[in-house]
Design a protein around this ligand. Structure first.
Ligand code: GAR
Length: 217
């Protein structure tokens, strides 16, 4: 089965992205930079944050992209159901075709997932299924693995659990601190996230069960 974003043709308009984030937005910046290249097959239609003063919103404004804050409501780790529908409505109003989570620190529930079936992706700072959850680079360091990395995956109802699109490995060095390791993971994230978006936009990704198959021709 081909993943939801439509097959590319030379006439196809650019895939419209909605980027969601809660923090610094360095991955969003990598996506904005990729989208600024004329040949890149996607464009950022809107950046949405649950955090009013998040740097990700500033990055969007600087790139000339609409930046939207939608307050999350009373929960700490998810959106209130009514708020979730506000997110969905905002994305639909802007004809978003692919939702890209970029450091969005809230779990999306079924109402959101149903609105964009197979069309929500996430970047995670570990080689999933190892170290899901928070601060995965610290988890990797504390566990003592010699290789960690990052993963772009489809979002499903599990935590950091959907089918894997791309991964990149990052060696763990003996003198790494959490910060130095996260920095090198970030560098790989900034490379593979735009690459995964490009593959989706060009219709080069299909899903067979849990396996995502990439056609690179
Ligand atoms: C990134 O490292 C991303 O992988 C991680 O948050 C960071 C956001 O950085 N996401 C998760 O841990 C999701 N489970 P950024 O705001 O600079 O892009």
């Amino acid at each position: 089965m081909t993943a939801a974003p439509a097959p590319a043709t030379s006439a196809r308009p650019k895939l419209r992205l909605g980027v969601l984030g809660s923090g610094s937005g360095s991955n969003c910046q990598a996506i904005l930079d990729a989208c600024a290249r004329p040949e890149f097959p996607a464009q950022v239609a809107v950046v949405v944050s649950d955090v009013e003063n998040a740097r990700i919103l500033e990055r969007a404004r600087q790139a000339g992209v609409e930046a939207l804050h939608i307050a999350p409501g009373k929960f700490r780790t998810k959106l209130e159901p009514e708020v979730e529908q506000q997110y969905v409505a905002a994305l639909r109003e802007r004809q978003v075709e692919l939702v890209c989570l970029a450091g969005f620190m809230r779990v999306l529930k079924q109402g959101f997932l149903n609105a964009f079936p197979g069309r929500i992706i996430n970047i995670h700072p570990s080689l999933l299924p190892a170290f899901p959850g928070l601060e995965s680079w610290k988890q990797a360091l504390n566990y003592g693995v010699k290789v960690t990395g990052c993963t772009v995956h489809f979002v499903d109802a599990g935590i950091d659990a959907g089918p894997i699109i791309l991964q990149a490995a990052v060696p763990v060095l003996d003198d790494d601190t959490p910060e130095s390791l996260h920095q090198r993971i970030h560098e790989q994230e900034h490379r593979i996230y735009p690459e995964a978006i490009r593959l989706l936009a060009e219709g080069k990704i299909s899903i067979e069960g849990r396996r995502v198959v990439v056609c690179r021709q």
